[in-house]
Design a protein around this ligand. Structure first.
Ligand SMILES: Nc1nc2c(ncn2[C@@H]2O[C@H](COP(=O)(O)OP(=O)(O)OP(=O)(O)O)[C@@H](O)[C@H]2O)c(=O)[nH]1
Ligand SMILES: [Mg+2]
Ligand SMILES: [Zn+2]
Length: 307
């Protein structure tokens, strides 16, 4: 039988077959994936082959992972060399961010965008909790949104709480498999509950003390919002490792830099301090935003970007 992995809790995988039936499956032995140091062999969104065992519980055994179209990873832990696959076979990532409560830094957004670019996964940015914004803050958020729109990332101001901008969200996800990502506490599960009313994802608090989420969602899980429309809820991301990205390649993952590449005076320009650098010129004349260049600079030097 063939199916899609909807949930993975370590030992057990929830696999949904082509008829929509859910099966509790495990892995037989070890399936080795070539050249990948990942902490999880199978991820949510994977297509697998499995058979059902002849036992009272009717559990299944996964025998094969079908080739992935793509996948997105983060480092398993901060210092870890191992990567954790967040999800596989996704059409797009929805990055949910908040200006306050909790605050999402531009550095984090840019890191996520670069990671997604490197996996060739389109990103849509949702700015949630607009109900918490004063006039001035809303102006600031709209400026940030305009910046990302210019670069090519569709950005939306929403409030899950007040039901603002949720209708148009459905058009964004229709017929696709979307990964919902962002810091803990930004409202990912809240949005899921809103668009798929018959599920009941647990919602957490944002701690008053640290202004951070409390990691309510602990496992990635896929839900079917409508036939052919899938949403993957993920645990809040604290940071993203760029382990697989080479310094030389970094500028390729900044869309606003891409067109300029190869036109600097030196063909191997790193766009840090070289004379005749077109990227630095564009920064000077405002065609490249300072915040974006700051992110480039910091990623180039492999700095931790949790500002
Ligand atoms: N003011 C306001 N609060 C919201 C909004 N959306 C969600 N919240 C609140 O934010 C808190 C966190 O929501 P969750 O949906 O659990 O956040 P999450 O992103 O799933 O967090 P993790 O599972 O920890 O990654 C809850 O108290 C929600 O009620 C919003 O639009 N406005
Ligand atoms: Mg959650
Ligand atoms: Zn340059």
């Amino acid at each position: 039988m063939e199916g899609k992995v909807f949930k993975s809790t370590g030992l057990w995988y929830e696999v949904v077959d082509n008829h929509g039936n859910h099966h509790k499956c495990r892995l037989r032995g070890k399936i080795k994936l070539k050249g990948m140091k990942t902490s999880n062999p199978i991820a949510v969104g994977d297509s697998v082959q499995f058979y059902l065992e002849d036992n009272p519980e009717n559990t299944g055994v996964i025998t094969k992972i079908l080739p992935r179209n793509n996948y997105i990873v983060r480092k398993a832990t901060q210092k870890s060399k191992q990567s954790h696959i967040l999800a596989a076979n996704i059409d797009q990532a929805i990055l949910m961010v908040t200006h306050t409560y909790p605050k999402t830094s531009l550095g984090f957004i840019d890191r996520f965008l670069v990671t997604a670019e490197s996996f060739r996964i389109p990103v849509i940015i949702l700015f949630n909790k607009c109900d918490l914004l004063g006039e001035e803050e809303e102006g600031a958020v709209k400026k940030i949104m305009a910046l990302y729109e210019t670069i090519g990332y569709s950005s939306h101001l929403i409030s899950v709480l007040e039901d603002t901008g949720i209708d148009s969200f459905f058009n964004i996800i229709k017929g696709k498999t979307s990964l919902l990502a962002g810091h803990s506490g930004v409202g990912k599960s809240s949005l899921l509950n809103k668009v798929i009313p018959d599920i009941d994802q647990k919602i957490g608090d944002v701690s008053n003390f640290a202004n951070k989420g409390i990691h309510t969602t602990t496992f990635a899980e896929m839900f079917e919002a409508a036939p052919g429309t899938y949403l993957i809820d993920t645990p809040g991301i604290k940071e993203l490792g760029l382990s697989e990205i080479d310094r030389q390649e970094l500028s390729h993952y900044f869309p606003e830099m891409r067109d300029l590449l190869g036109k600097c005076k030196f063909h191997n320009c790193h766009h840090i301090h070289e004379p005749g650098c077109l990227i630095l010129q564009s920064l000077e004349n405002g065609d490249i935003a300072q915040t974006r260049y700051d992110s480039y600079f910091s990623m180039y030097h492999n700095e931790d970007n949790r500002r």
